[in-house]
Design a protein around this ligand. Structure first.
Ligand SMILES: Nc1ncnc2c1ncn2[C@@H]1O[C@H](COP(=O)(O)OP(=O)(O)OP(=O)(O)O)[C@@H](O)[C@H]1O
Length: 461
């Protein structure tokens, strides 16, 4: 027996809608019917279907235009076209526009059910494919040094629990990636991972985005909309930039976290939801609380376990492996041959301050590979792609003097290690330190000498 599918049927003939939906329901599927292309597009955008079955010839917008609109709107469901006046050109056009299949009317029930089965099979394969692709590194946290080792250990520790985690980090440090990793290591991994960036949604829409709305609940609410909380049922909801959430919404969020139930905008019943909430911010929530911009009670609810992602400029030992990772990823995506980085190029990139952190690095790597005409990324390529990298002076950072000094010391030691080609004794001498003192210093500053050595095999003596 096939799994149950949700099917949207679009046809201007009431008889066809009635007979098709009956056939599908008898076979255990769910059918939604619609008699015109304009409404069908709205319905298809409002919730996910396993299959959309549409007539071609309809008054007003026809089925082929609907097919084009669906693809433009990014609707993922496979579309099967059907027509009583089928001719080969029409079928070819439908296929070119991305239709999965083309059926001639009158339709046989067996053929219809087989089409549903194929659509479900396709969806399963696509999901498996996506999972496989993500396993070959798209969602993998790449790291090398002590700072990220600590973060990874914390992720492992809290993933198993239901603790509310607040991820703090500058833009591009990998907050969303850390949240996804937490989800994937948690007992909820088979459930959905849903995200909402509170800073990217206009204040008046955030409630409906989070909790959903009923049809007609406000101007523009043409269809029922399922909110992020309901979408994340039995999974994880990642609320990015929680510090930007308007105060009125914070009160509603607090209630949902306390009661475990949501109410859609314009709805009259409470819907229980089982969701783990992970939040992230690049702002200091405690300061926002003091300024009266973030509710203290919500702060205590979401700030149970803080996970701090350090900026890239304070964990330069991760830079070589990240460069390698992104270079491999970009080459794979574009079908390019692997392009090596020279030691000088890596050194220059390690000195750069990376204000946009890992996200910036991904973009820079793409630029470097495009500019690498000689088959390798060398110092000249870096100068061309990132002129700032040459003049970059150390960022004096933020925070108390002691941590800024520690950061500066790390940078000096790392730079000297590079200069001395990772020769520890020479590095110690150049810095006027005993070799053992350099080891202790590195340990205290979180410089992993094994990791540093790994960047230049055989160079350590
Ligand atoms: N340690 C890492 N290893 C591999 N990829 C990483 C790492 N950190 C970040 N990335 C990648 O860098 C990009 C930016 O990361 P992400 O979106 O998680 O950052 P963010 O802190 O949530 O950013 P923002 O504050 O702008 O929302 C993503 O493509 C992510 O996969």
């Amino acid at each position: 027996m096939t799994a149950k599918a949700e099917i949207l049927i679009v046809d201007d003939e009431a008889n066809t809608l009635a007979s098709l939906s009956r056939a599908f329901r008898l076979a255990g599927h769910e059918a939604t019917v619609c008699d015109n292309a304009v409404r069908a597009l709205e319905i298809a955008k409002s919730k996910p279907f396993d299959l959309i079955l549409s007539d071609v010839v309809m008054p007003g917008r026809d089925g082929l235009t609907l097919l084009e609109d669906l693809k433009t709107a990014g609707v993922q469901a496979p579309v099967v076209m059907m027509s009583g006046q089928a001719h080969i050109e029409m079928a070819v056009k439908a296929t070119r526009l991305g239709a999965l299949d083309f059926l001639e009317k009158p339709l046989s029930t067996d053929k219809l059910l087989l089409t549903v089965e194929n659509a479900l099979k396709l969806k399963r394969l696509e999901t498996e494919n996506r999972d496989l692709r993500s396993r070959v590194g798209k969602h993998e946290i790449v790291w090398k040094g002590e700072a990220m080792r600590r973060v990874m250990a914390q992720i492992d520790r809290v993933a198993a629990s239901e603790a509310r985690v607040c991820i703090y980090g500058e833009t591009g440090t990998g907050k969303e990636l850390a949240a996804r990793t937490l989800h994937e290591k948690s007992p909820r991994k088979a459930g959905p991972f849903i995200t909402l960036n509170c800073a990217a949604v206009p204040a008046e829409l955030i409630e409906s985005e989070l909790f959903g709305h009923e049809k007609g609940s406000f101007t523009g609410a043409a269809q029922r909309h399922i909110g992020k909380f309901e979408q994340a049922h039995r999974g994880t909801l990642f609320l990015d930039e929680i510090g930007d959430m308007p105060l009125a919404m914070q009160a509603k969020l607090l209630r949902v976290l306390e009661e475990g139930e949501v109410e859609r905008v314009g709805g009259d019943k409470s819907i229980p939801v089982d969701v783990r909430v992970i939040v992230a911010t690049h702002r200091n929530l405690e300061d926002l609380v003091k300024e009266g911009k973030f509710r203290q009670d919500l702060f205590h609810r979401v700030y149970v376990f803080p996970l701090i992602l350090p900026p890239l400029r304070t964990r330069r030992e991760d830079i070589p492996v990240l460069l390698e990772h992104f270079a491999a990823q970009v080459c794979l995506q574009n079908g390019w041959k692997p392009v090596p980085f020279t030691a000088e190029a890596v050194e220059a990139l390690q000195r750069y301050s990376w204000p946009g952190n890992v996200r910036e690095m991904r973009n820079v790597v793409e630029r470097l590979l495009l500019l690498a005409v000689a088959g390798e990324v060398d110092r000249a390529t870096v100068e061309l792609a990132l002129p700032e990298a040459q003049t970059a002076t150390s960022d004096t950072g933020s925070g108390p003097l002691s941590s800024r000094v520690a950061q500066y010391e790390r940078e000096v030691i790392l730079a000297e290690l590079q200069r001395q080609k990772h020769h520890i004794t020479n590095t110690a001498k150049a810095l006027g330190l005993e070799r053992s003192h350099l080891y202790k210093k590195c340990q205290a500053l979180g410089i992993d000498l094994r990791a540093v050595r790994g960047t230049a095999p055989g160079a350590v003596r």
